[in-house]
Design a protein around this ligand. Structure first.
Ligand code: NDP
Length: 289
């Protein structure tokens, strides 16, 4: 029987994941099917259980079910624990393994496809929802000099970095960061948070992990925010956003989240199949329409 995989979401018709995984399978010679499944808003766990009972081997999970996927996993990777959300499920004899590949997807896009060196850099992360939470640990592991998390509801961003609420892995990465940065201009690497009024100085990388672009909104960013050669990264993809238009007008280099989408899928494919697909041709395929 052909191995079956799927992505669960609501809505799901727009999902590019079936196309991405079909391209990965063709490229690597793997025999599998990958379908998009619309789970009822109140029936995610039942939909996943049904798919598993029918022989499903694994699944991706998207909006709005990532927290529910976290809850139904009986084992969690460290990065899923740190994120508090799961986007990749693997079904095996021991149950359901929950993982989160969004963060590594972003970091691989930044470092691999966009050639960005993150060590020693000042990073501004906008948003404190699931997407932001998933990328904090992978970003910290790249030893930036500072990661400042900003959110419309500032208390939510502060909660994200409060020692009491941080998973052990956050503390370890934060500690490792402080322990390993040499004295000099990188000393004093910090993880901090606040509201938009608290933003000060210039950043080498500004990531939009808010849902503002979905509504065509621009978070209230100050002018002069981007350092020379800075990159503005919007996790949204498929159309120009007010954030990228603002960044362009401020002289920053711009990137959308399509590379992140393909990279998180590649990390999931590797988990399931043990084969690492080449992502560049698939990103190019999707960009071509
Ligand atoms: P959530 O609903 O969990 O979080 C939304 C966040 O956006 C909150 O921090 C919220 O602030 C903030 N926000 C919403 N509207 C505005 C606004 N008008 N101005 C400023 N801040 C705003 O969403 P997710 O974290 O799941 O997703 C965020 C984005 O990331 C989406 O666009 C999604 O498509 C994208 N994404 C892309 C991926 C990829 O692979 N490229 C992967 C995952 C997500 P507050 O707390 O104040 O409400």
């Amino acid at each position: 029987m052909t191995d079956r995989y799927a992505v669960f979401g609501n809505p799901i018709a727009h999902s590019k994941s079936p196309r991405i995984h079909a391209a990965f399978a063709e490229q690597t010679g793997q025999t599998l099917t990958y379908e998009a499944i619309l789970a009822p808003l109140d029936g995610f766990a039942a939909a996943v259980a049904g798919f598993r009972d029918e022989g499903g081997r694994g699944a991706n999970v998207t909006v709005p079910f990532k927290e529910q996927a976290f809850a139904l996993s009986n084992r969690l990777s460290e990065r899923a624990q740190a994120a508090g959300a799961v986007n990749t499920l693997t079904f095996d004899a021991e149950g359901v393994l929950g993982d989160n590949t969004d963060g590594i997807g972003l970091v691989n896009d930044l470092a691999g496809n966009l050639g960005l060196e993150l060590a020693g850099k000042r990073i501004l992360l906008m948003g404190a929802g699931g997407a932001a939470r998933g990328v904090v640990l992978p970003l910290l592991e790249k030893a930036p000099s500072e990661l400042f998390i900003v959110n419309r509801t500032a208390a939510k961003a502060r909660e994200l970095v409060a020692p009491a609420s941080l998973p052990a892995s956050f503390n370890r990465a934060g500690k490792a960061l402080k322990d390993t940065v040499p004295s000099g201009h990188n000393a004093g690497a910090t993880l901090a948070a606040g509201g938009y009024a608290d933003i000060s100085g210039r950043f080498d990388l500004v990531i939009n992990a808010t849902a503002a672009s979905l509504a065509g909104d621009l978070p209230p960013l100050p002018s002069g925010l981007f350092a020379d050669g800075a990159l503005a990264y919007d996790m949204m993809y498929g159309k120009d956003t007010p954030f990228l238009a603002f960044a362009r007008s401020e002289g920053a280099r711009c990137a959308d989240g399509l590379g992140m989408l393909v990279e998180q899928a590649a990390a999931a494919f590797f988990l399931w199949r043990g084969v690492r697909p080449a992502t560049a041709p698939v990103i190019a395929l999707l960009r071509a329409g």
